[in-house]
Design a protein around this ligand. Sequence first.
Ligand SMILES: Cc1cc2nc3c(=O)[nH]c(=O)nc-3n(C[C@H](O)[C@H](O)[C@H](O)COP(=O)(O)O)c2cc1C
Length: 450
Amino acid sequence: MRCKRTVKIIIDIAMYLIFVALMQEHLWSDGLHEWLGIVLFVLFIEHNILNFRWYQSFFKGKFTATRITLATINIALLAAMLCCMVSSVLVSGKVFAFLNLGGARFGRTLHLVSTAWAFVLMSLHLGLHLTSLTNKLKKNKKLLRAGQILAVLLAAYGVYVFIGRAFYEELFYLTEFKFFDTDKSAVLYFFETVAMSFPFAFITYYGRKLLQMKKNKMKIQGGTMNKLLKSILSLVLCIGCVFALAACGQQNNTTTDNTDTAVSNNTVADNNTDDSADSTSEESTAGDSNILVAYFSWSGNTQQVANWISDKTGGELFRITPEVDYTEDDVFDRAQDELNSGTRPPLSSHIDSETMAEYDVIFVGFPIWWYDLPMPVWSFLEEYDLSGKTIIPFFTHNGSSSGASSISTVAELCPDSTVLTDDYFTYSGNNVDEAESDVDEWLTELGYKN
Ligand SMILES: Cc1cc2nc3c(=O)[nH]c(=O)nc-3n(C[C@H](O)[C@H](O)[C@H](O)COP(=O)(O)O)c2cc1C
């Protein structure tokens, strides 16, 4: 019996840790991500077999408020986990790709939303087990107190991370893309995700306590109530402190990253609305400037930023144009297929090598596509000899405000150039109309403003 309980706990902890690790999708290769997901699935089945008695006794006994709450969380978690697994098969690019099931777009949406919910529900579920942990610790008052303080601090930090990452947007499908900060180390990212569990665990932990008090018809004696109020108050105070510290930190931060919040529903504008002279030209000339502003833009957001950069620096505009346009019907799948297979789409616009040699500085603009650089930009960067030039990336996004892997990809593709990997410009595509003053500020800081 004791052994079964230990196995159950080990499986639960392993499931949680694997799930959190899988949430840091950008740190895994596709194949590894999928195989680890399969391990999680096996553990999940094992977990359900070991807890089968819970299902057997589901309709037995009285449905108290506590029981209804627990059952709702557990069933919702079960549903979310099943959705995660079904959607993983639909979006699989490696292990289950041979099934060719289709429905990748639906699968991606389902995967984004269901993993977010599974994480929240798992955290709520964890909170239910906190009572037995604190009961065990009660024997050692000092350890209990230290644990409580640590938990409160982590919960406060978790709230901060939850808001900073705009995690609520994933829960309610307000963004199509998950937030990744590729500048953060894997360990810190993992720690932050675990911290995000704490506020949810607190909800069920204290909620359960309150329900039990009610159930036992316990008079809420001053002492008990005081303890509860103290815990809640200290949590609120800690959250306040974390936000105050973060606000101070942000004031000193001179980064150009203006938009950590993703915005909903990317409206696809006409991708052929470029009225600048460069867009369809086979070749372009350098003119007087030693600055080139080369950009790829599908729905117009990055183009707008490129236009401002060109206006303000006097740089020559150059639009990177693939021979075959991406259409509304194929853009998502084609972009992902090209990225997965490493396809470099041929371009229809080119700069002759002599002209290119005259540029010293190249601003390279692009939208984030599948957490990376769109493949036409790979084609562009590989086409020319960019050695010795300064490459300054700028991009728009719909959630991946740090550019996910795109900046390191640019650096890899331009090994002999000086790539400004820290001083890039990033802006949310949906708010791009408001970006001009930020572009101004960024260019002034870089010293490229006319
Ligand atoms: C195929 C495709 C993939 C995308 N992938 C991401 C992504 O991984 N992360 C993100 O934040 N936004 C993503 N987006 C949203 C675009 O980066 C965002 O809307 C950008 O502002 C579009 O710029 P554009 O108008 O210059 O094409 C994607 C958009 C498309 C069409």
